[in-house]
Design a protein around this ligand. Structure first.
Ligand code: IPM
Ligand code: MN
Length: 352
């Protein structure tokens, strides 16, 4: 089968880690008799440098004409400390999510037994933790009306949610819960926020249609604590955009390294597969970043975009083998030999 994939490496370590995932995709295609065709697109700071727009129309077209998007990261330090910058790399990612209608971000958190000691949390707390964070991705404060008043001395961001946005993300979450351990936790701040009260109201209504799913509700501050004191409590966790952004970074500590966590953004048009770690500019160009999160994002791409479960499993098995064999980058090396980004990518591709 021919697979049309848009390749958007973006900024920082994005290009290095995406290159490893491309090697792995090619290896899978050789093994299973597929043919991958990659179409490159600019996004983020490199797109601003290229044409002044962090998500150029051309890149949007490339995404729309592809069956899946493999994405690296966006961000550049030259924008981070300049609050007055008019265009920012992050706007490219937000525009991509909005224009492709990617309202759900799926961030699975799993632990590798041989790596539980890398977690800052106690081994017995994290060993066996396995949950799916579903983050709403195109609504809430990130997209609500924002602005300045009083000559710039007052600033606001509006946290707005419509019923249809809440319903579609909850539907997906209930369905994922059904496929897993049938436990859904809806995370909100319904004791304070009106938008959260809408979420909770809609969730309570919908829960009646999913009697086989045990649904519970948790305030976000409590959830932040529960994620580190008892992560095994969770099966599927669903929450709004801002809370999800924060909680999924926190949740990455469970698995020991941010360099391990993959994600899929799905919705109306082409799905995007990306590591959650961001552009890590300090490591850019040094060939030291962990490519595993992006490689596992490619596994999710086979599973979610192409329905190719066996191909996804082959990638996961090869990643597991690399970790067991100690073929890991410095974030996981533990005083042992640290392999480079490309060495890890080569090893995993060869293993496949
Ligand atoms: C993420 C990132 C993005 C977000 C940034 C880069 C806009 O942190 O994917 O979690 O906040 O959504
Ligand atoms: Mn984030």
């Amino acid at each position: 089968m021919k697979l049309k994939i848009a390749k958007l490496p973006g900024d920082g370590i994005g290009p290095e880690v995406v290159e490893q995932a491309v090697k792995v995709v090619d290896a899978v295609c050789r093994k299973f008799g597929h043919e991958a065709e990659f179409a490159f697109g600019f996004v983020g700071a490199c797109a601003i440098d290229h044409c002044g727009n962090p998500f150029p129309e051309e890149t949007f077209k490339t995404c729309m004409e592809s069956q899946a998007v493999l994405f690296g990261a966006v961000g550049d330090p030259k924008y981070d400390n300049d609050p007055t910058a008019k265009v920012r790399p992050e706007q490219g990612l937000l525009a991509m999510r909005k224009q492709l209608g990617l309202y759900a971000n799926l961030r699975p958190v799993e632990t590798f037994s041989s790596l539980v000691h890398k977690s800052p949390l106690k081994k017995e707390l994290v060993d066996g933790a396995d949950f799916l964070c579903v983050r709403e991705l195109t609504g809430g404060m990130y997209f609500g009306e924002k602005g300045r008043l009083d000559n710039g001395d007052t600033a606001y961001d509006t946290n707005i949610y419509h019923r249809y946005e809440v319903e579609r993300i909850l539907k997906l979450s209930f369905e994922y819960a059904r496929l897993r351990r049938k436990h859904l936790t809806v995370v909100d701040k319904a004791n304070v926020l009106e938008s959260s009260r809408l979420w909770r109201q809609v969730a309570q209504e919908m829960a009646l249609q999913y009697p086989d799913v045990e649904t519970d509700y948790m305030y976000v501050d409590n959830a932040a604590m529960k994620l580190i004191t008892g992560p095994k409590f969770f099966d599927v966790l669903v929450t709004e955009n801002t809370f999800g952004d924060i909680l999924t970074d926190e949740a990455s500590c469970v698995s020991g390294s941010m360099g391990l966590l993959a994600s899929a953004s799905v919705g109306e048009h082409t799905s995007v597969f990306e590591p959650i770690h961001g552009s890590y500019p300090q490591a850019a160009g040094k060939n030291i970043a962990n490519p595993v999160a992006t490689i596992l994002s490619a596994a999710m791409m086979f599973e979610y975009a192409f329905g190719m479960m066996e191909e996804g499993r082959a990638i996961r098995a090869a990643v597991q083998a690399s970790i067991d064999a100690g073929i890991v980058t410095e974030d996981l090396a533990d005083g042992g030999k640290a392999y480079s980004t490309s060495e890890v990518g080569d090893w995993i591709a060869a293993q496949i």
